[in-house]
Design a protein around this ligand. Structure first.
Ligand SMILES: Cc1cc2nc3c(=O)[nH]c(=O)nc-3n(C[C@H](O)[C@H](O)[C@H](O)COP(=O)(O)OP(=O)(O)OC[C@H]3O[C@@H](n4cnc5c(N)ncnc54)[C@H](O)[C@@H]3O)c2cc1C
Length: 321
C-alpha cells in the first residue's frame, strides 16, 4: 500500500481541516481525475484500522493530493482521528485514487451543485472544466459564510460562473433547483455532492424535469438514510442455499458480512457498484438506492447494489450468490 507524508495541515473552517499529502520518500503520486478519491487508513474510536474516503480537490496538480475533512462527531471516529491525531510530518497509508464520480468532459454544458463538504469533488470538476474552456456553472451552498470551506478557490475556479447560498443548514431548500436544472438537453449534465437531502432534491427535480438518468451524476459521502417504511425481509443465496433475515437498519451486505460470507464490496455507499448482485427473484418491490445503476437498469429489477438497496416489503429476495 502506498504511503503519503502530511506536508501541511490547515484549518479551512471550524469543522473542516485541509491536508496536503505528498509521496513519502519523494516518489511520485499517481495522477487522478476530477471526482476521484483516495482511501486513507485511519484508526476508529474502537482502536481498529479502518479506511475512509476523501475526494482529491486538486487532481490536476502533480505529486500533491489536497483533501479536506469535515469533523463528524457522531461517527465511528475516522474524521475525528484526522482532526485530532494527524499532524504535519505524519506518514499515512492510502489506497490509490479511484473514481466513482467521473466527469463527462465532452458535455456541452455542465451544472455543478455542492452542499457543505460536498464541494471537494465539485471544485476539482470546476477547475478541470475551467482549464478546458468548457461551459459550466457552479452552485455552492453552506450554512453560513464561516462554514463555507474553500470559498476563494471556488470563486477562482468558477471565474464568475458561481452562485453561493447561505441557508442556515437546509441546502435542499435554498437553491431554486427547478430553474437551476431547467429542461433536459442531450448535452447537459448535472453533478451533485453534499448532504443526502440536497442530493435527493436534485434527483427529484431532475426526474420532474424529465432529465435522462445518464445525465444526472451524484456521489454520496454517507449511506442513504433509512426510510420510514423500511421493513425486514429474507435474503436467500441461491448458490449456497443459505437464508438470512435482513432487519430494518441493516443492509443485505452487512448481514452477509456478519454471517461470514465474503461478498465483493468497496464503498458501502451505493457509489462504486462493486457489490452489484444478480437478483433471481423477489416477492416484493425492490428499493434501489444506489448511484451506480441507471434508471433503466433499476427498472429491470434483475440486479441490485446490496450495500444500500433492499426489498421494500417483507418476503424473500433470492440472489445469485
Ligand atoms: C467517495 C467518497 C468521498 C468522500 N470524500 C470526503 C471528503 O472529501 N471530505 C470529507 O470530510 N468526507 C468525505 N467522505 C466521507 C468520509 O469517507 C467519512 O465517511 C467521514 O470522514 C466520516 O467518517 P467517520 O469515521 O468520522 O464517521 P462514520 O462512522 O463514517 O459516520 C459518518 C456519518 O454518518 C453517520 N452515521 C454513521 N453510522 C450511521 C448509521 N448506521 N446510521 C445513520 N447514520 C450513521 C454518523 O453520525 C456520521 O455523521 C467521502 C466518502 C466517500 C464515500
Amino acid at each position: 500500500m502506498p504511503e503519503v507524508t502530511v506536508q501541511q495541515v490547515h484549518d479551512l473552517t471550524d469543522r473542516i481541516r485541509g491536508f496536503d499529502l505528498v509521496a513519502t520518500n519523494g516518489t511520485s503520486l499517481p495522477p487522478a481525475e476530477p471526482g476521484a478519491h483516495i482511501k486513507l487508513t485511519v484508526t476508529d474510536t474502537a482502536g481498529q484500522s479502518v479506511k475512509r474516503s476523501y475526494s482529491i480537490i486538486n487532481p490536476g496538480e502533480p505529486d500533491l493530493y489536497r483533501i479536506a475533512v469535515l469533523r463528524e462527531e457522531g461517527g465511528e471516529g475516522g474524521s475525528m482521528y484526522m482532526h485530532q491525531k494527524v499532524k504535519t510530518g505524519d506518514v499515512l497509508e492510502i489506497d490509490l485514487p479511484q473514481n466513482d464520480f467521473p466527469l463527462v468532459e465532452s458535455a456541452a454544458k455542465t451544472i455543478l451543485i455542492a452542499g457543505g463538504i460536498g464541494i471537494t469533488p465539485i471544485l476539482a470538476m470546476a477547475t478541470a472544466l475551467q482549464q478546458a474552456g468548457k461551459d459550466f456553472v457552479l452552485h455552492y451552498a453552506s450554512r453560513n459564510h464561516t462554514d463555507m470551506a474553500l470559498m476563494t478557490e471556488v470563486l477562482d475556479a468558477a471565474n464568475g460562473r458561481c452562485a453561493l447560498y447561505f441557508d442556515g443548514g437546509d441546502t435542499s431548500r435554498s437553491m431554486p433547483l427547478s430553474s437551476i436544472l431547467g429542461t433536459a438537453e442531450a448535452g447537459k449534465h448535472v453533478y451533485v455532492c453534499g448532504p443526502g437531502g440536497l442530493i435527493d432534491a436534485v434527483l427529484d427535480t431532475a426526474r420532474r424535469n424529465r432529465w435522462a438518468s445518464e445525465n444526472v451524476h451524484y456521489e454520496r459521502f454517507t449511506t442513504p438514510a433509512a426510510q420510514l417504511d423500511d421493513t425486514s425481509f429474507e435474503v436467500h443465496l441461491a448458490q449456497s442455499g443459505q437464508t438470512f433475515e435482513v432487519p430494518v437498519g441493516k443492509s443485505v451486505l452487512d448481514v452477509l458480512i456478519d454471517e461470514g460470507i465474503d461478498p465483493l464490496y468497496d464503498c458501502k455507499k451505493g457509489n462504486c457498484g462493486i457489490c452489484t448482485s444478480v437478483v433471481i427473484s423477489h416477492d416484493g418491490d425492490l428499493s434501489h438506492r444506489d448511484a451506480y445503476l441507471s434508471d433503466s437498469q433499476k427498472a429491470q429489477n434483475d440486479q441490485m447494489c446490496i450495500c444500500v438497496s433492499r426489498m421494500q416489503s417483507s418476503g424473500r429476495l433470492t440472489l445469485d450468490l
